[in-house]
Design a protein around this ligand. Structure first.
Ligand code: SIN
Length: 483
C-alpha cells in the first residue's frame, strides 16, 4: 500500500478521481475521535470535481461494460487478495479515523473483503432467460445488463464494508462507481481505491470523491442523468430527500436507512446464551450499527435474572483506546453522536428509568456501556435510533404482546428473538415486519445473505445473489426469424 496510515503528522490524501489532481485544491482535516487530534488532510472537493468524476465514470462505464464477466471476476479477485494483504494497515486506519476497536476493525476487513470475493464469483452467474414463445416465428429472450454509472454514498460506521458491499456488485455487474465516503472516514475509502488501481483496476471505473460538506457534490451527481443509480446508507431523513431528488432523473435506488431493532427474549431462553447474543448485537461497534439492538423485551419469568446478567456483562466491557488489543468499546464517532446517546440516557432517567450499570463518567467522546430498566414507550430511546452503547430493557407477558411491541415502529431493518421453541421461532420470525431476523443469533450479517429493510428502513437488498440484481437492468429481446 503506497498510502500512509493516518498519524500525528497528518499526511495528505488526494481524492481518487480519474483526470483530476487534487493536490492544489482545498483540504479539510480528519481528526481521531479517540484523541481529537488531527490525523490526516483530505481533498475537499466541490461541484467542479464532481463534474470531472461524472465524465470519467461515463467513459469508464463505456469501456468496462465491454469486458467479460470473467475478466471482471479476475480483477475483483485480485482486489480481494490485495485487501487481505493490507489487512493490518486498513484495520489500523479504521481504528484511527473512526475509533473502531482494533480487533473489530480486523474483523471488518475480512467481512468487507468477503463481499468482493462473493461478487467476483457472482459476476460469472449473471444469467439471462430464454422464454417459451407463443409465436412459431419468434424467439424470446431476456438479457441482464449493467444499469450504468453509479453514485454510492457510504457511512462512517463501516468504513470498508459498506463500500465493498456497494462497489463490488456494481463492478461485477459492469457498472462504474463513484463513492462519496462519510466526511469522518475518507481514508479507508481512498486506500480501497488505491488497492484497486494497484491490481490493475481502471481508475475511471472506481473513483472516490471526498468532501467535508458534500451537498455540492451530491447536487451535481443527483442531477446528472448519466448517473443511473444511487445507493445510499445513512439516516432515514437524508434517504427520503435523496429518494425525492432522484425522481427528476429516474435513478435506480438502494436505500439502507435507520433501524430500531427489537430483541425479544422468551422465558424458555438459556439466559447466558441470550445475554451473549444481546451483547453481540447491542455493543458491537459501540452500538453504532444500523442493526444494533435498540430495545430489549424480556419475558416476565426471566426478567430479573436476565437484567442482572446483562448489566454485569455490560459493566465488564473494556472501554479505551481503539488501538489497544484489549479494548471492546471505543469512543463514539462525533460529539453529536455522543450527545445523542447521552441524551437518551438522561431523558430515560428523568422519566423514571433506573440505571443497572455504574454511572461512569468518561472524558472525550466515550459513553460507558449502560443498561436501563423501567423503560416506557414515551422515552426518546424507544422511538429514535440511539447509535450508542445503551441497552433499555422492557418486560412483556406473552408472545402477541411482544410481537405487537416489536412491530410498533416506522422502522423495519433487523429484529432478533431468543427461544428454544421451534414453533415460536417460526411464528415470531414470520410475524416480525423486518428485513432481517436473527433467531438465537445477534450477529446474522454475512456477505452471501441479503441485507436491507422495509418501511422507513429503506429499499433494496445488498449482499447475496440479490445484491447484484440492484445493478442490473432487465432487457426483453423478441426476435422474428426469417424476414
Ligand atoms: C450497518 O450498520 O449498516 C451494517 C451492519 C452490518 O453489516 O451488519
Amino acid at each position: 500500500m503506497s498510502l500512509p496510515v493516518p498519524s500525528a503528522s497528518a499526511p495528505f490524501y488526494p481524492a481518487a478521481i480519474a483526470g483530476h489532481d487534487s493536490e492544489a485544491g482545498a483540504r479539510y482535516t480528519v481528526r481521531s475521535p479517540a484523541t481529537g487530534e488531527p490525523i490526516a488532510e483530505v481533498a475537499d472537493c466541490g461541484a467542479e470535481v464532481a463534474q470531472v468524476a461524472a465524465d470519467s465514470a461515463q467513459r469508464g462505464f463505456e469501456q468496462w461494460r465491454q469486458t467479460t464477466p470473467f475478466e471482471r471476476a479476475a480483477l475483483l479477485k485480485a482486489w480481494h487478495g490485495a485487501m487481505l494483504e493490507a489487512k493490518e494497515t486498513l484495520a489500523l486506519t479504521m481504528a484511527r479515523e473512526m475509533g473502531k476497536p482494533i480487533r473489530e476493525a480486523r474483523g471488518e476487513v475480512d467481512y468487507a473483503a468477503g463481499f468482493i470475493e462473493w461478487f467476483a464469483e457472482q459476476a460469472k452467474r449473471i444469467d439471462g432467460d430464454i422464454l417459451p414463445s407463443p409465436h412459431p416465428e419468434k424467439r424470446l429472450s431476456v438479457l441482464r445488463q449493467p444499469v450504468g454509472p453509479v453514485f454510492a454514498i457510504t457511512p462512517w460506521n463501516f468504513p470498508a464494508a459498506m463500500i465493498t458491499r456497494k462497489v463490488a456488485p456494481g463492478l461485477a455487474a459492469g457498472c462504474s462507481v463513484i463513492v462519496k465516503p462519510a466526511e469522518q472516514t475518507p481514508i479507508t475509502a481512498l486506500m480501497l481505491a488505491e488497492l484497486w488501481r494497484q491490481v490493475g483496476g481502471p481508475a475511471e471505473v472506481f473513483q472516490v470523491i471526498t468532501a467535508e460538506r458534500p451537498a455540492a457534490i451530491s447536487e451535481v451527481l443527483m442531477a446528472d442523468a448519466r448517473i443511473r443509480k444511487l445507493t445510499f446508507t445513512g439516516s432515514t431523513p437524508v434517504g427520503k430527500r435523496l429518494y425525492a431528488q432522484s425522481a427528476a432523473t429516474m435513478k435506480r435506488m438502494s436505500l439502507e436507512l435507520g433501524g430500531h431493532a427489537p430483541f425479544l427474549v422468551f422465558d424458555d431462553a438459556d439466559i447466558d446464551a441470550a445475554v451473549t447474543e444481546v451483547m453481540a448485537s447491542k455493543f458491537r461497534n459501540g452500538g453504532q450499527t444500523c442493526v444494533c439492538t435498540n430495545r430489549i423485551y424480556v419475558q416476565r419469568g426471566i426478567f430479573d435474572a436476565f437484567a442482572e446478567r446483562l448489566a454485569a456483562a455490560a459493566a465488564a466491557l473494556a472501554i479505551g483506546d481503539p488501538e489497544d488489543e484489549a479494548t471492546q468499546v471505543g469512543p463514539l464517532v462525533s460529539q453529536a453522536g455522543r450527545d445523542k446517546a447521552q441524551a437518551h440516557i438522561d431523558d430515560a432517567l428523568a422519566k423514571g428509568a433506573q440505571r443497572l450499570t455504574p454511572a461512569l463518567s468518561v472524558d472525550g467522546l466515550y459513553v460507558a456501556p449502560t443498561v436501563l430498566t423501567g423503560v416506557t414507550p414515551e422515552m426518546r430511546i424507544m422511538q429514535e435510533e440511539t447509535f450508542g452503547p445503551v441497552a433499555p430493557l422492557i418486560v412483556f407477558d406473552d408472545e402477541a404482546e411482544a410481537i405487537a411491541a416489536a412491530n410498533d415502529t416506522p422502522f423495519g431493518l433487523a429484529a432478533y428473538l431468543w427461544t428454544r421453541s421451534l414453533g415460536r421461532a417460526a411464528r415470531v420470525s414470520e410475524a416480525l415486519d423486518y428485513g432481517i431476523v436473527g433467531v438465537n443469533d445477534g450477529a446474522p450479517s454475512v456477505p452471501n445473505a441479503p441485507f436491507g429493510g422495509v418501511k422507513d428502513s429503506g429499499l433494496g437488498r445488498e449482499g447475496g445473489h440479490y445484491g447484484i440484481d440492484e445493478y442490473l437492468d432487465c432487457k426483453f429481446v423478441s426476435t422474428r426469424l426469417d424476414r
